[in-house]
Each structure stands twice: as C-alpha cells, then as structure tokens.
Design a protein around this ligand. Structure first.
Ligand code: ADP
Ligand code: MG
Length: 371
C-alpha cells in the first residue's frame, strides 16, 4: 500500500532565516526522475520526482504507460509550481531580481501608496483568501504578515513578544483593508506597513495548478504532495483510492490513522512543525488574527476538499476556529471533510471524514462528539 504522509509542513510564510537546511542527498535527488520497478498492470509504471520549492519538499508521482509523457508532464507541472512560488514569495530583498519577480513583494512594498497589477493566479489566491476571511469570520487572514515577522518562528529572534508590541501591530491586520479590483487585476493594501503572507494558501493553490498541468498533458492518475498538502488526480488505480497517513501531532514517529482520497485534496495544519518552547509552553506559527498569538483551539486539523487551494485555506482557518465552530462551518460549506485533534487527545470528525478514515489501533486518542 502506498502511503503518503499528510503532515503539516514548513511553508513559505516564514522569515528568510528559517529556511530549512536539507541534507545534501535530498537536494541532489531533487531533479532526478525515479521510475519505480513496480509495474501495476500492462505497461503502467510509477514515475516520480522531488524538488525543494516554497521552503518545502514538493513531490510529484504519476502513473503512466508512457515514459516520455510522464516525465514531460512532471517537468511542466514543476515549472508551474515554481512560477507560482516565485510570484508569491514575500521574502526576497528589495533590489534583487527575485524581489522584482514577486507580486507579493510588489504589493507589500506599495502598501499605503498605490494598487499593484498582479498575475491572474496571484489575484485569484488573494480573492479566495478574502472570501474565506469572511466565511471564517476572520480566522483566516493573509494580512497576518507583520505579526508573523514579530514572532519570527524558526528564525533567530525566537522569543515571546510583549503584549504591547502585539497590540501595536493588530491595526495592520484585516482583509477588509485589502482592496482588489477584478477588472484591473490590482491589489492595494490600504495602510502603510501592512504585509500580506500567502503561506497558508500558496502551496495548496500551486499543487492544484500543477495537477491541472498533469491532466492537460494526458495524465489521469497522479499525486502532487507539497510538504503534506496533497492533491490527488484520480485514484491509485481505477478502483482504488490513494491512502494518506495522518501524523500524530504528539508523536512525529506515528500516525493517528490513514485517509482515502480520490480526485480530491487532503491538507493538514498542525502546531508541531514550526514552533519554539518557553517554560514548557509551545509557541507555533499559526496565529489567531484576533489576538495576534498562536491559536490554541486545536493541535492538528486535516481537511479534505475537491480544491487543494480551498483545503489549504480551510486547514488553517479551521485550525484557528477550533472544533466547535469549525465542524459547523465545514457542514455549512458542504463538500468539506474535517478531522480535528485537540490538546486533550480527542479526535473529532465530520461524518464524511469518518467514512474515509481508518484510525490506527492502540492510538492514545479518545473521540469527540461525532464519533
Ligand atoms: P504550513 O504552511 O505549515 O503548511 P498552514 O497552511 O497552516 O501551515 O499555514 C501557516 C502559515 O500561514 C504561517 O507560517 C503564516 O505564514 C501564515 N499564517 C499564520 N496564521 C495565519 C492565519 N490565521 N491566516 C492566514 N495565514 C496565516
Ligand atoms: Mg493552510
């Protein structure tokens, strides 16, 4: 059984200094195609490749009968993923070529000054983010940038900021202060010093666009795994789904269970990837925009949705909202399955998720109200 781990993974929404230091072997493996020895039936083979993009390992796995088609499709899918990574990177320094290529840098640099014309996909990501900011009543907010920088998760400045410093930045947070013009495709941040951060949406969006490229190139069975943001095209076979492992937030070496997906995305947000501890308290990278502090209502949330971009957004939004509000919201939205893990070692699932999940036997969790 192929298992893909849907762990929350480091994203692009972090300070430069936090970039992952990868073992050389992984970097070298980055652009090498792997053809698995396994022949499923007829001439179908598995082709896969990995690259380090958006601060995480992105892997693309394709099943195909045609080697050239598979490898060409994977290359094109990575090109698309990379294009979106360059456009949405908010960390390049001003004056560098990378800064000039990033729409997010241009938007942030022109905060309080002027609207900026952006690429259609960047516009769509921001439009979607504004929509889900409203739907989640503020739990999801891409204007979290100044606070993310203040906390500096994973960087050299890992200390708990004072309440006064947090309070001083809160007026810069609020997606109502992001003005978008769908005709002109412009984005304007109304206050100077505002910063948008697409770290909670770009991996999911890019995975979806990469999967679309694979489909356009004639691939019907594939998985794009952007550091745990998993976007599945078709199933593993016509009759079998892909099986995705859900990491135990309290023990990185074990899974709480597995979930089956076919032609849909599974995305996890957790408190266990980017964090530091002070006096036994864990401070992690998913912030509650209403307080400016790490959200405490959950420790792991897995969302399944047909859109990988929406699943990515919702994994963060529902993490912040917590199980009480989040399960209701998922039900209202429809076509959204969610699994919550909370600090008191409780797993709570939407009814649709229960049908897709197999929990590991002997895990340390009890079940919330939906089980
Ligand atoms: P990961 O990037 O680790 O997969 P998420 O998708 O949950 O996890 O995104 C977290 C990133 O999004 C943070 O690193 C930060 O840049 C940004 N972020 C943090 N809190 C929020 C929030 N409430 N709404 C939108 N983006 C957020
Ligand atoms: Mg997310």
């Amino acid at each position: 059984m192929t298992q893909i781990i849907a762990a929350a993974a480091p994203g692009l929404g972090l300070v430069r200094t936090s970039r992952l230091k990868l073992p050389l072997a992984i970097i070298i493996a980055a652009s090498i195609f792997v053809t698995s020895g396994c022949t499923l039936f007829d001439n179908t083979r598995e082709y896969s490749s990995e690259r380090f993009i958006m601060d995480t390992i992105v892997s693309i796995k394709v099943f195909s009968e045609d080697k050239d088609r598979a490898e060409g499709a994977i290359r094109s899918a990575f090109e698309e993923f990379n294009r979106l990574a360059v456009l949405s990177d908010r960390f390049p320094e001003k004056g560098t070529p990378a800064f000039d290529k990033s729409d997010v840098c241009k938007i942030n640099d022109n905060a309080g000054i002027r609207p900026v014309k952006v690429d259609d996909d960047v516009f769509t990501m921001i439009e979607l983010s504004k929509k889900y900011n409203e739907i989640s009543e503020g739990a999801f907010d891409i204007t979290i940038g100044p606070l993310a920088d203040l906390w500096g998760f994973g960087g050299d400045n890992q200390e708990v900021p004072s309440d006064a410093k947090i309070r001083a930045l809160l007026p810069l947070v609020g997606s109502d202060k992001v003005e978008i013009d769908p005709q002109e495709k412009t984005v304007y941040l109304k206050k100077e010093d505002m910063l948008i951060d697409l770290g909670a949406v770009a991996k999911g969006y890019a995975a979806e666009k990469a999967a679309e490229v694979l489909a356009d190139k004639g691939i019907s069975r594939a998985v794009v795994n952007a550091g745990g943001n998993i976007c599945a095209l078709g199933g593993k076979t016509d009759s079998k789904p892909w099986v995705i492992g859900i990491q135990d937030p309290l023990d990185a070496s074990s899974l709480v269970g597995t979930v089956e997906v076919k032609d849909e995305a599974a995305v996890t947000s957790g408190d266990y990837q980017r964090f530091f501890e002070v006096e036994g308290v864990k401070y992690h990278h998913i912030l509650d925009p209403s307080t400016g502090k790490p959200a405490r209502a959950s420790i792991g949330v897995t969302v399944i949705n047909q859109s990988s971009a929406v699943a990515d957004i919702l994994s963060t939004a529902l993490f912040v909202a917590g199980p009480e509000k989040g399960l209701k919201l998922a039900e209202e939205l429809g076509n959204t399955d969610v699994l919550y893990i909370t600090k008191d070692k409780t797993i709570t699932m939407s009814p649709g998720m229960e049908a897709k999940v197999s929990l590991s036997s002997g895990n340390a969790f009890k079940f919330g109200r939906d089980k």
